[in-house]
Design a protein around this ligand. Sequence first.
Ligand SMILES: N[C@@H](CCC(=O)N[C@@H](CS)C(=O)NCC(=O)O)C(=O)O
Length: 212
Amino acid sequence: MYRLFYALKSASMGVRVLLEEIGAPYELIETSVKMDEPRPPEQLAVNPNGWIPVLLWEDGAMYECAAITMFLCDRHSEAGLAPATNNPARARYLQTLVYFSNSVQNAFQLTYYPDRFVDAVGDEPSAQRRGSRRLRETWTVIEDQIGDNEWVLGDQFSAADIYLFMLTTWLRVAKGHPTMSEFPNAKRIADKVLIRPSVQQIYKPWIADPQY
Ligand SMILES: N[C@@H](CCC(=O)N[C@@H](CS)C(=O)NCC(=O)O)C(=O)O
């Protein structure tokens, strides 16, 4: 049984999709991503940064979305969500997950949490503008990497496609982000991930209102 600290709109939604795809039993522990709301002590004990996802299981706990993705896909390899270690696609899989996490997500952070990157409140709009430009730069790298491929890794569906979908749900017109229409290759994949039953179920609020 897994336990997942969870909040709508957050990266914990992507982990929940993985758990559904794997068919593993799990329970959600509601938490918040709002700066002015406290985090449960049990969450902070695992991740003192205060962010989610945080995953607990019988004899362990961890945070960092890309690491959790790798961990779950390896632990439940029968679900076929990641190339095996001897598969040539493994390198592209690891590279893309880490790039999503440390480059694309970092650009999102600049726009969602500008206070973490500047000294003065007055500098926050500049950080947000740079974050939006950085989003366009990093999404363009992914767009070019995908090219004509069916999925992020080529012809094999993987957790990297679920991760890509999750990232698209954070794009907001009101924040000056680029829109997916600028990245037709990535959009093609996100549109296919969207129709999976697990995604339809978990992303219901986003499907009802993508700017929610
Ligand atoms: N590098 C972390 C970042 C996670 C992250 O930024 N989570 C957001 C929600 S998507 C969050 O918890 N924000 C609240 C906060 O940072 O205090 C990861 O990939 O797991």
